[in-house]
Structures are given as C-alpha cells and as structure tokens.
Design a protein around this ligand. Structure first.
Ligand SMILES: NC(=O)C1=CN([C@@H]2O[C@H](COP(=O)(O)OP(=O)(O)OC[C@H]3O[C@@H](n4cnc5c(N)ncnc54)[C@H](OP(=O)(O)O)[C@@H]3O)[C@@H](O)[C@H]2O)C=CC1
Ligand SMILES: C=C(O[C@H]1[C@H](O)[C@@H](CO)O[C@H](OP(=O)(O)OP(=O)(O)OC[C@H]2O[C@@H](n3ccc(=O)[nH]c3=O)[C@H](O)[C@@H]2O)[C@@H]1NC(C)=O)C(=O)O
Length: 357
C-alpha cells in the first residue's frame, strides 16, 4: 500500500519546526513498533509503546497507532518527554485536544506527547495564567463568569490554551492574540523563555510559533482581560449562536478550511453554494448544519476524509476559481516533508503498512 503523498503537502502537512532538528532515522531500532503494548519508565515518565490509537486522541476519531505515547502533566514532564525523544532520535508531536488534527489510519511513527499541563492561576484581577493543556473552553467560561471580557469567544472551542495560542484560534471577530499578555515556551534545547505579546506576531489562524524553529512547546499563557459586568451574557450569546450554527454533537475538527482572505465570502458559503452540504464519501460527510465542518459519520478512514477534502477543494476551484486552504493539520504517518537541512525529502511510498499496525 502506498501513502498518498500527492495530497497537497504544502498546505496540509504539519509545520516541521521540530522535525528539522530531529533527523529521521527510519531504519533505527527505536522506530520499530512492538506488537504488544509495553510501558517503560524514564525519568518519572510513563512511556507507552505500541498500541495507543490516535483516533482516541482526536475529535475526528480517526487515526491508527503511534509507537510512542507520553502524557505530560507538568512542565518538568514535558521537558523530560522532549528530552527522551531527542536522546532516542524519535520524532515527536505535541497535541492538546486533537481538535484540529487529522491523523492517518496508519498511525504516526514517532512519539505523541499529550499535553495535560492543566493549571489556572489568577495573578491579579483580570490577569490569568493558564497551563497550555488547560481547556480553552473552560478558560473562556471561567473568565466571563468572574466578570472579565476578552475570552468569551472561547466558550465551546474544544482545544487547549496551547493549541488556541499556536493557531490563534478565533470566533465572533475576536482572536486569542487579542487577550494574550505573554507566553511561556520551552525550546528544543530545553530552555524556558517568556515571550512578551509585543514580540509576537499573530494573524488569521497564524502565530509566530508556527515559524519558530527552536520551539518545542508552549507551556503556559498569561492573558490580560478587562472588567465587564455583561461578559457572561456575551459569552452565552456566542455559545448559543455556536449551538445553532455548528454540528457540536458530531465528530468534527471544527472548520476544515480557512476562510479565503480577500473575497469576503466564507468557505462554508462557497461549499454550500456548490451544493455539497450533506455530500458523503465513505464514512466522511460535509455537515448539513455547517458546510465547513466535515463529520466522521461512520468509521471514516483518513483516506475518506482526505478524499472528501480534495473533492471539495477541486469543486470549489472549478466553480468559483477559489483554492481553499486547510485549517486542519494532517500528520504524515511516516515521514517529514523537510529533512534536517531544510530540503524537501520524498516520502517513502513503499513501506509496509503492516509495520504500523
Ligand atoms: N473556533 C472554533 O470553533 C474551533 C477552534 N479550534 C481550534 O483549533 C486548535 C486546536 O487546539 P488543540 O485541540 O488543543 O490542538 P491540537 O491538539 O489539535 O493541535 C493543533 C496544532 O497546535 C499545536 N499545539 C497544540 N498544543 C501546543 C503546545 N502546547 N505548544 C505548541 N504547539 C501546540 C500542535 O503542534 P504539533 O504540530 O506539535 O502537534 C498542532 O500543530 C485550537 O486553536 C482550537 O481553538 C478547533 C475547533 C473549533
Ligand atoms: C469553527 C472554527 O471557527 C469558526 C468560528 O467558530 C466561527 C464563529 O465566529 O467563525 C468562523 O466560521 P465561519 O466563517 O464559517 O462563520 P459562520 O458565521 O458560521 O459563517 C460565515 C458565513 O457563511 C455562511 N454559511 C455558514 C454555514 C453554512 O453551511 N453555509 C453558509 O452559507 C453564514 O451564513 C455566514 O454568512 C470560524 N472559522 C474560520 C475558518 O474562520 C474553527 O476555527 O475551527
């Protein structure tokens, strides 16, 4: 079985910031998947080998096994997990709620670090510092309920504070960046840094973090909010609107495509106008409620979802001359698109799929 490398790698592949520093050594023993699940202790970490299914770690419910899996409950564990990967030349990714991720049925050959740094501190009135694994939704609700404005839009967003900062999540005309005061990160060298908001750049679904070569992970974010008595009401209105317009009960990854930047028409509108609402390919379907949400309706494979994404893109291109760009991140199971020197590499299309099972 060959891997579909033709699938628009420019847009869908995850950023390579970490993998550029970690050479892929596919033939190395450490990459071989154990048939049986094993756990290994390493500097206070519990490392699972072999059987963790990525479908259990993503809101889409799609994805095969990863051959290393670690949960990091605090900064020290996160650093240890990253160090473990470095020392064993294992490529790794750090995920929050997996609410913006498409994993492959073949899984991920490397280590998935699940961020569970889940604290919330009130530094002073209107200033909150949250662990990057803290649910963004809960943060939005809590701040509003305590009478502070700036994060009401986060209510109902299924990601973590780290994921929301990395992606500069937004809704209702507001963005995560608007409320950020500073961000604590760890670098791939294991150094802790606090970055001031003024030193960071954010755009529509983009942040400086996406281009930071030496970023290992965001570990905490400090938000500066403002007092507003009606924050809870505003937050409830946003949530109600979300409930009315988005398929919140289904398995989705939020918006699949970014909105086109300069034509003043949302991706959803184009998809609806192309008559694709409710269109189904295998187990994947364009939502009938919101056309930019694709649903795993019944055991969708990653191929079903990738095919649906491709088909919708092609149809929109043919009909309106607009090439939509994905917001979701697709994780290649087996290769990186850049090698350590930054050159493009060809994916190994001939590897044995059984190896990932
Ligand atoms: N507006 C809306 O209604 C919705 C918005 N979303 C947004 O999608 C995003 C998904 O959040 P979440 O589920 O937590 O993230 P995911 O687990 O889906 O990861 C998404 C991306 O964020 C990166 N990332 C996640 N956590 C960290 C971290 N601590 N440090 C550095 N990079 C990180 C991942 O990096 P890596 O490449 O290493 O894996 C990955 O590229 C959020 O922005 C969420 O708000 C999602 C659904 C609906
Ligand atoms: C869900 C996400 O974020 C969402 C966020 O929740 C909402 C709410 O503010 O605004 C964005 O969606 P969106 O642009 O589709 O917002 P909506 O207000 O639902 O729709 C925009 C326009 O498209 C039209 N629309 C929407 C759905 C549909 O099936 N058909 C349609 O024609 C609406 O009538 C409206 O005129 C974010 N998506 C993007 C890609 O910017 C996410 O990032 O994952």
């Amino acid at each position: 079985m060959s891997f579909p490398v033709s699938h628009n790698p420019q847009v869908l592949l995850r950023p390579s910031r970490k993998t550029t520093l970690l050479p892929l050594k596919c033939s190395e023993k450490t990459y071989l998947l154990n048939k049986k699940e094993e756990t290994q202790k390493w500097n206070g970490l519990k490392i699972f080998r072999g059987k963790k299914l990525l479908k259990d770690l993503s809101t889409w419910g799609i994805g095969g096994p990863c051959n290393y899996f670690v949960e990091a409950f605090d900064q020290t564990q996160l650093l240890a997990a990253i160090r473990y990967c470095h020392e064993h030349s294992i490529r790794y990714i750090i995920i929050g709620r997996g609410s913006n991720c498409l994993f492959d049925d073949m899984g991920f050959k490397g280590c998935v670090i699940l961020n569970r740094i889940n604290f919330l501190e009130r530094k002073e009135p209107a200033i909150y510092r949250a662990g990057s694994g803290f649910p963004f939704n809960s943060l939005g609700m809590q701040c509003s309920n305590e009478g502070f404005t700036g994060l009401e839009f986060a209510g109902g967003i299924p990601g973590t504070v780290g994921g929301a900062t990395y992606m500069n999540a937004g809704a209702n005309g507001l963005e995560t960046a608007d409320a950020i005061d500073s961000v604590d990160i760890v670098t791939v060298e294991g150094e802790l840094q606090t970055l001031d908001r003024n030193d960071l750049k954010f755009g529509y679904r983009s942040s400086s973090f996406q281009d930071m070569e030496d970023l290992a992970a965001i570990v905490a974010v400090t938000f500066r909010l403002k007092e507003l008595g009606s924050a809870t009401r505003k937050q409830q209105e946003y949530l109600e609107r979300r409930r009315m317009t988005q398929p919140l009960r289904d398995r989705t990854a939020g918006s699949v495509f970014r909105n086109p930047s300069d034509i003043g028409v949302a991706a959803a509108e184009l998809i609806e106008k192309a008559g694709l609402k409710g269109f189904r390919l295998g187990g994947a379907m364009v939502s009938k409620i919101h056309a930019n949400f694709f649903i795993n309706v019944s055991s969708s494979t990653s191929r079903d979802m990738l095919n649906l994404i491709d088909l919708v893109k092609d149809k929109i291109d043919q009909k309106f001359g607009v090439r939509l760009k994905e917001e979701v991140v697709y994780y290649q199971p087996y290769c990186n698109h850049l090698n350590p020197s930054g050159d493009k590499v060809t994916c190994d299309e001939t590897f044995n799929a059984n190896e990932m099972k």
